[in-house]
Design a protein around this ligand. Structure first.
Ligand SMILES: [Zn+2]
Length: 120
């Protein structure tokens, strides 16, 4: 295909592949659920793609357009990963039936037992 391979080219192509993969992951998840879904892996692939593209731009092309395009987008990717982690941690497991209930639930959705108040 006329590509001159180098280490930075591989890094750049890994970034491209990660960005392409995240679209496939998000699209498939949405098709499966019949609603718009953004799976956790979407943010991990976004972070990987952005990191690789930024590295490629900084150390290989030194192209200000690519550098700027990838300089700040890691912030919402990491923030979404943190929010997702905190949301999962806020889920409460029922001591009686082990059902995992959504954050803020006062009663177990499976057995109806009262759940402890969330910790702050
Ligand atoms: Zn329960």
């Amino acid at each position: 295909m006329g590509i001159m391979w180098s280490t930075w080219k591989v890094v750049g192509w890994i970034g491209n592949l990660a960005f392409f993969t995240r679209f496939i992951i998000q699209w498939r998840a949405s098709e499966n659920r019949k609603q718009v879904v953004v799976p956790l892996s979407f943010w991990w692939f976004s972070l990987l793609g952005s990191f690789c593209m930024l590295s490629y731009a900084l150390f290989k092309t030194k192209d200000s357009v690519i550098i700027f395009a990838n300089l700040f987008n890691w912030i919402p990717y990491i923030r979404n990963l943190v929010i997702h982690r905190r949301h999962l941690a806020a889920h409460m497991e029922c001591k009686t039936c082990l059902n995992v209930n959504p954050p803020g639930a006062r009663f177990c959705a499976e057995c109806g037992k009262g759940l402890p108040l969330p910790r702050n």
